[in-house]
Design a protein around this ligand. Structure first.
Ligand code: AMP
Length: 217
């Protein structure tokens, strides 16, 4: 038998024993992966899911899927996305709660990718989780210099053809990030759960830094 810390499985996950349906699962690690557009949230989320088996909510992916499927929600939100603007908070919060509940009550944790993007969204997330006896365990901030963000997004626009990855919309999205989303750094700092990571450089080094935070939870 390999040696591993008490209460951990081979994958490093915490083990919960004999929890009743109403008990908060101590193994649950809900994580907000945070950063500007192009900071690598999606890439790091994919790697975390593979390593830890977390669930994943990318609000951008949810919306792009709705648009692709031609739903009412997709029709309502397309204009905002194409203009690089945020979808109204009420709408985002209700989408988020329904996706979150679709994961059931007992999971390893959810990675919130692209949510919250405003202080009201962060407050709503905190309340929504508290109502369910859950919480955000960590906010992991991927900090990437502006020129690097621009380069990455233009490259992604060429490869993936995302309608909002063109120079004009990227500039608007970065502006929205600085004015509406970046204040969350201080908000989570006050909550005592902000973890800063240098998000440029070697991919595996960034992931190792992210994992060090997750393993400390
Ligand atoms: P993303 O894929 O996370 O970069 O999101 C793409 C676009 O979807 C954003 O520019 C917004 O228009 C919209 N969006 C995604 N998440 C949110 C959110 N939490 N609040 C408001 N709008 C969002």
């Amino acid at each position: 038998m390999p040696i591993r810390p008490a209460g951990r499985t081979a994958g490093g996950r915490r083990v919960s024993r004999g929890l009743s349906a109403n008990t908060i699962s101590t193994k649950m690690r809900n994580i907000v992966i945070f950063g500007a557009p192009g900071s690598g949230k999606g890439t790091q989320s994919d790697k975390l899911i593979k390593k830890y088996g977390f669930k994943h909510i990318s609000t951008g992916d949810v919306l792009r899927n709705e648009i692709k499927n031609g739903t009412e929600l997709g029709k309502t939100t397309k204009g905002y996305i194409d203009e690089g603007k945020l979808i109204p908070d009420d709408l985002m919060v209700s989408i988020l709660a329904s996706v979150y509940d679709s994961f059931g009550k007992d999971h390893e944790g959810v990675i919130f990718d692209g949510f919250p993007r405003t202080i009201p969204q962060a407050e709503a997330l905190k309340n929504m989780l508290a109502e369910r006896g859950h919480k955000v365990a960590a906010m992991i901030e991927l900090d990437v210099p502006e020129e690097e963000l621009m380069k990455r997004l233009l490259r992604r626009g060429q490869i993936e053809g995302r309608s909002d990855d063109n120079e004009e919309t990227i500039k608007k999205r970065l502006n929205v990030y600085h004015t509406q989303t970046a204040p969350l750094i201080e908000w989570y700092e006050k909550e005592g759960i902000r973890h800063h990571i240098k998000g440029d450089g070697e991919l595996e080094r960034i992931f190792a830094d992210v994992c060090a935070v997750v393993d400390s939870l």
